[in-house]
Design a protein around this ligand. Structure first.
Ligand SMILES: [Zn+2]
Ligand SMILES: [Zn+2]
Length: 400
């Protein structure tokens, strides 16, 4: 709504336009003051807006020095809190740990089991290890140790589970085996669906559990499938564990061809055993010997020489002979001497929750694939890679 301002009173300041204020009657002068105050008030509220631009000729700006931004900044200065000197918070730099732990490197110490680090693999291992060798009574994987550990549960005794953050929640899986099949399936489904909601209110595990892929990540960092890591482990096994005349009987979830490819590949990477160029030129690469194959298979499935008098979780440069092997992830130990009459399954010998017990993970490694198959064939490469389109100038480095 436009405000009617008499021309005569709206201009108290020069350039005064029509009226001379000194000749103004007293009440008119009062009105002029009032109007001037109103101008000030509106000017402060609508500084820079149409209020000022209205009747610009008749009512020159009288709000100079009273614009809203200035008013606001004054107000802000009045109510602003005293400046607290900001102390620079220096966070201690995280100790740089290797991204993976090859067989020659010791494992890092595990964080406490109650650490809420749902996206870190080592705390997951700390929770898994509470299940020990026994784990839980045979239960479906949906509510097995791995599923429970991913949801923040740790073992609290036989078939009992407790929150790793000690939110107070506990539950158990005992008696499941006694139920009838149909009932049991229903109970398992319900337990699996409530792995998060079983935590008490306020528990972080109730909100965010560990992602399932953390399990594979744990295996990849503690058991990298690199030629250097597996090669060092295989050599240590051949020297410390398989030096005797009798080798154990063994089998593994991987195929014989995969183990042979691995043994051949590792031979190429072992600096102490360089390939004999003469024999290779004559007859092609010789096929791996049985002990070489066994050493490669033991290494692939994460078995380390284990000396009870000087236990370590990594390969030593000069380890003493031993016929015990152990997994450094699940800590299962196996005496090879007992497998001269029975067969050692290199996969199934791990504890049920061990990531090396899972299926098919070794196929991530090119070392178990036939030589050359893992790499792109030149033909396939030329189909995938177009370096130069037709019509472009030919260059030496262009394929076509
Ligand atoms: Zn909890
Ligand atoms: Zn294991």
């Amino acid at each position: 709504m436009a405000m009617e301002i008499p021309d005569a009173v709206a201009a108290p300041q020069p350039p005064a336009i029509e009226a001379n204020p000194t000749h103004m009657p007293a009440e008119k002068a009062l009105d002029a003051e009032l109007v001037a105050d109103l101008h000030d008030a509106f000017g402060m509220m609508y500084a820079g807006s149409e209020w000022d631009s209205d009747d610009e000729d008749a009512a020159p700006k009288i709000t100079d020095g009273f614009d809203l931004p200035a008013l606001l900044s004054e107000l802000a200065a009045l109510v602003s809190l005293p400046q607290i000197p900001t102390k620079r918070r220096l966070f201690p730099g995280r100790a740089r740990e290797p991204f993976v732990f090859p067989s020659t490197a010791p494992l890092p110490s595990l964080p406490p089991v109650n650490a809420y680090l749902p996206f870190s693999p080592l705390p997951l291992l700390a929770r898994l290890r509470t299940f020990g060798a026994a784990g839980l009574s045979p239960v479906p994987p949906e509510i097995g140790p791995l599923a429970c550990a991913l949801h923040g549960w740790i073992s609290a005794g036989t078939d009992a589970l407790a929150c790793s953050r000690t939110c107070g929640a506990t539950w158990g899986v005992s008696g499941l085996a006694d139920l009838r099949h149909a009932v049991r399936d229903g109970v398992v489904r319900r337990l699996a669906a409530t792995l998060s909601s079983r935590h008490n209110a306020g528990c972080a595990w109730r909100i965010t559990s560990s992602p399932p892929e953390l399990f594979s990540e744990l295996r990849r960092i503690l058991h990298p499938l690199t030629a250097a890591s597996l090669g060092s482990l295989a050599r240590a096994l051949a020297q410390q564990t398989l030096a005797g005349p009798i080798a154990p009987q063994w089998t593994s979830p991987s195929s014989n061809a995969e183990i042979d490819h691995l043994a051949t590949a590792l031979r190429r990477h072992l600096p102490a055993l360089p390939p004999d160029p003469e024999s290779e030129n004559r007859t092609g690469p010789r096929s791996p010997e049985p002990k070489e194959t066994l050493a490669a298979a033991l290494a692939l499935f994460g078995w380390f020489p284990y000396d009870p008098t000087f236990p370590t979780d990594h390969v030593l440069a000069h380890g003493t002979p031993t016929d015990i092997v152990s997994c450094r992830i699940c800590c299962r130990r196996v005496g090879l001497w007992s497998f001269h009459t029975r067969t050692l399954d290199l996969g199934a010998a791990h504890i049920s929750w061990c990531p090396l017990r899972a299926d098919g993970w070794w196929r991530e490694s090119v070392l178990v694939a036939p030589r050359g198959e893992a790499l792109l064939q030149p033909k396939a490469l030329s189909e995938m890679l177009v370096v130069s389109e037709d019509g472009q100038p030919r260059k030496k480095w262009r394929r076509r």
